[in-house]
Write a protein that binds this ligand. Sequence first.
Ligand SMILES: [Zn+2]
Length: 1016
Amino acid sequence: MKQAARVRSLKGELTEKVLRGDVRGLVASLNSIIKSGKDKKKAALIPFLCDLAKATDMSDAMTGHGSNGMKWHKASKKIFAYMKVKGKGGLIRFLRKTLGSASDERIQAQWAEDKVRLEMGGHMGNYVAIGGIYGGLMKALGIVGPVPYELEEDESHLNGKVAFDSHRDTPVGTCGINSSNHQCNANHNHLPLGSTVGAYHRIIKFGVEEKRACYIRVVVVTPLHPLLPALPVVIHPTCLKFDCDWVLKSWERNYAFCRGALASSLGPVPQGSGSDGAPALFAAMKKRMNVKAGSGRFSVDAPGLVLTGKLVDVDGVKYVTDLHMQDPRHCFALLFGNFLDNSSRDAWIGKYPASISDYRATASLAEQSGDSHGAIKRHLDRSDAQNKTAPSVLVALRMMQCMEKAVGGDYGPKQPFEGTLAYSRLLSRFLLIFFGQKQAVSERAKHAGFFVGMLRRMRWHIKKTPGLTLTANFIPLQTYEHSIYAAQVAVLKFKAQKEFHPRHPMHVEKSGSDKVEHTFSEMRGFGKVLNNQQDCNAMEARERLETLVTLFKYEAEDNGLNFEGETRATQRDLMIHLHENEADADADPSQLCDEATLSANWIAGDDEAKVEAERLGMKPSVYEEWWDKPYLLEEEDLVEMEEADRADSSGDGGGGGGGGEEADDDASDDEGTEIGNAEGSDLAHLLTSVVAPPQRRTKTNPLVAVPEALGGGHVFKSTLINEFNSSNSKLSSDRISRIRASTSAIADVEAAQLAQAAAKASGGSVAAGPGDQPGAAPAAGAASVAANANDPTTTTDATEAEGAEEAGAREELDAANEIRVGSDVAFAMLEGSVASPRYVVWIGRVSRVFKGKKQHRYPVVIDSSLPPDICLVCEWYSATGDRLKFHFREVIDRMKYSLLHFIGLVRIDLVTASSSSSSSSSSSSNKRELYSITQEQRSALDEALKMTTPVKRGSDVTVGEKKRKQESKEQERKEDEERMQRPRTDFGGRKGGREGTRAGAAVGGGGGDDDDDDGW
Ligand SMILES: [Zn+2]
């Protein structure tokens, strides 16, 4: 019996016993696991089970609560953090309910501690972080380096908003100083801002003088190994102003980092870069892959395989590099679209025309005969020209079989589809070079020889045939160049695998730019879910990539956690299985080929191309040298094609995206469709649930000093920087003043924190464990933040406290920029009689938010201009004799007030509930609760109000204030005139006796004499 039980998996056994409530059996199993040493292999298992048991033990049997004070093992917290990130909100709630898991704060804290941080630009630190992850993964998977890897790079569009990175205390979102000869600075970073007036000026300079970046460039380390993930290592905003030399320099830098940081894991030398055809990048590749014969050259000795790599020596060991790949998927889509589906080209292959319409004709013929061709209407229509799935289905085996029947007369009269059929075969074999599952390395080399030989002969034939030209009847220059390159590089990589990585399986599938595009789609994907918008800014993009990397870091840690890497993409868009016979056995990718074999197969492929070309009528009647050596004069032809393309480029609106062929293809193709896929949206959804705190409050001050000339005081850097997203000019004092009012509220939180921390420190060692606080007042975030502030007494849990503090800080920072239900806000309201109106501050707690007539259930961001269509319904704090004290809910007014009256967020705290018990709920005495704001905040509100108060005789504005205001008015006019809008003229009124009408307009209209004076 016992023997039999042991055979079952650990997990199954434990699960079953838990389900049966077999506690004694469970204990026995645990003992047995520990005795056998299996717990060492599953290091996370025992601590996790123990934590769960302990949590249950500590919890209150009736309420299920009470395990809050418990200390969880690190492994357990990581498990929960992982589930929080990956497991949809429901999973973690389920666990907390049924098992009693660690509190959200601790999970968050663990996450904050573990999170991988990426510096913007190319930095050694990023490479070191990635190197550590690869090291861990390789150790866990038993993979010994060096592993071949590429640095794949691409750019993707962003919303171009600037932002404040409080973790690093810098502004983000630009790529250097704006000038007429601007070139992007990948490492355009700012020194930490600090909080002086100097920092204020630097922020203004940042907003006014620097180049706004609307793209993000990402470099992804992509191991050409089936088990190792691709990880982003360079990320920075860019406006796409960079050229070939810039690219080469960037590579030099990045490759040097690899040598420094990846030597002990993947290896010191990347095999090359990968891209999707961006001109600057391709130019750089071309430059590097042309090594003259000699000791440093890496090549395959085969006719027409003209590209080379480079051999380098690191500490006496040879490596190959400069094997740069053009993305084969991308090439494939262009080969199809730019030839078969391009209205401006008349495609010929030998003596046969070729066109996408042949597929449609074949499909209907096949359907009439009851044959299956595998394509659906969407594929045949090719409404989405960027989509790669449709071409891949159309040139697959079944469609070709039907087309053969059509050509052969099986469907009635013989159809003239020979050209399209031959081109389909060519493209199918191109795919097999890279993606075929049943293709041995030797066969891949043969496909490459065939493809290159065939395409080159097509070129020659068209050039030599009167009436046909390379511009009108052939594929465009770049499509030709990139695909010919890709096929050759593949064979060079086959050789490199045998010579430098003989113990690793051949895995060329990931070569190119697919991984970086996939990274973009993940990045963008959860942006879509999160903000209901398609894009994000540079800071958010980085934030999300850091999340991705961190998940892999968990997996790489040697702590027994194993999450299975489900984010690893497979070939999603290409239907490669349709290109191979299902019955064939999969090829063994560890069967590598030496150079002689590769060369022989390349030649065999070229011979097949010769036969095929002759069949299609390309062979010249009198022998010409190009027939045997189609690679001759290639460069010369390319120059000619380029010139022709350039002259021709205007009129090319063809389906395949002919003219601007590389420009937009990648940016939208997979990403758009993929989000709809289960895979994409799932991942998107999962990752959205992360609320990882990006900043460490303890290290940076979120405030910056405002110059005295603008009123002095402090404002939030993030809010200040965000102002530049609505205007590129300097800020008016009106706006500064509003920012200041909101800022003041949060500054008070900090003061409260410090005070509490100090009190705690002096109060001795009362160990109130983090997470143990009694349920605080509604203004909760602050209280919990304060209680969790660095407390010297809770040393064991210091990191948690810090992390929790971060979470709290993040909340506070968010709160500084957002109005949501529950926010405390200040409005400027018009009161008094028509004859002598005056403006007063009213503070309210938001109970409803309306956008237009509809309820709005999202936070309203108030960073930039106030949205005029947003209205708030509030519960009001009413004034008392003390200007700092207020009563709550004594005045009922359910009117909607426009956000245009808003002057700032307020922090208002409960001072005394007049009943005796401190923890009483509101029910016991809700009548005379007293709330208070600080003097500083009062001043800030008064200041903000003054900016909106008309200066009139008889008003309570002092001369000094008036003078100061006149000064600021001067400055204002000078700085920017068009910003003088908003809340001055038509404040909604709020009369002393709550009539609740939009009295503002009425009063303002009636007392027209007042409103004419703008108050400036
Ligand atoms: Zn730039």
